[in-house]
Design a protein around this ligand. Structure first.
Ligand code: ADP
Ligand code: NI
Length: 219
């Protein structure tokens, strides 16, 4: 396992350079927050921390939003990198299972089941999509694509497959109803559920205030 631990700095180095030109909704700071959140959850819930840390670092290694639109390419890219670093096969298998299954694929798509480490990394990734940081990331995402904040005429959709979720070009407020507000109830670990409560309330308060200001209803 010590040989496996030594891989972490090399993976981090590679991920920093891969994410260099990404916008703030999906930069290395996101990866680093997910790593910290995942290690915190693992401290409480258990799980193999080397697997958790490597999977957190690699969870967006070949994200469809930045690889030209190829869906489900994470496991291939993670294996390539880990093989280059001579990681043990059982570690590669554990990490690749996680990065393959981790993503949110639409409100109408059931999450794939897997190991405790998958649950931890998925919860960590989802915690970073909600609360104050989640709001900042959503508007960064919409801003980078020139999307309006809100349009009352266009309501939220339920996405029943990854392609439909991925190709949706709606306004940013819809994203709260299509993903962000749904994540709290899809958390799988008790610690993530606990952290999600406060972040959920913050988003609900934000939306209340947003609508007040949008409709210029001065109170
Ligand atoms: P991750 O890559 O971390 O699994 P996503 O790929 O779903 O998460 O999205 C990356 C970030 O961009 C998240 O903060 C997410 O909420 C945000 N995002 C994704 N799609 C949209 C959208 N249509 N509008 C606004 N924000 C979005
Ligand atoms: Ni992510």
């Amino acid at each position: 396992m010590s040989q496996n631990l030594a891989i972490i700095p090399s993976v981090q180095h590679k991920i920093i350079s891969l994410f260099e030109n990404h916008s703030a909704d999906h930069d290395f700071q996101h990866i680093d927050r997910v790593r910290k959140l995942a290690l915190h959850i693992a401290e409480i819930e258990g799980g193999n921390k080397t697997v958790v840390e490597l999977a957190a670092l690699l969870h967006d290694v070949s994200d469809h939003k930045f690889n030209g639109g190829i869906l489900n390419d994470n496991a291939r890219a993670a294996r390539e990198l880990l093989e280059e670093l001579n990681a043990e096969e059982n570690l590669i298998l554990a990490v690749c299972e996680i990065v393959d299954k981790v993503s949110f694929k639409g409100s109408g798509v059931t999450d794939q089941e897997g190991s405790l480490e998958l649950k931890i990394v998925r919860d960590a990734d989802r915690l970073d999509a909600i609360g104050a940081i989640g709001i900042a990331r959503a508007f960064s995402f919409g801003g980078a694509r020139n999307r309006p904040f809100f349009d009352a005429e266009i309501s939220a959709s339920e996405h029943t497959d990854f392609q439909a979720y991925h190709s949706d070009k709606s306004h940013t407020i819809n994203h709260f109803y299509e993903k962000l507000l749904l994540l709290k109830d899809r958390m799988l670990t008790n610690e993530a559920r606990r952290i999600a409560e406060k972040r959920q309330q913050f988003m609900l308060d934000f939306l209340d205030q947003f609508y007040n200001e949008w409709y210029v209803s001065i109170k």
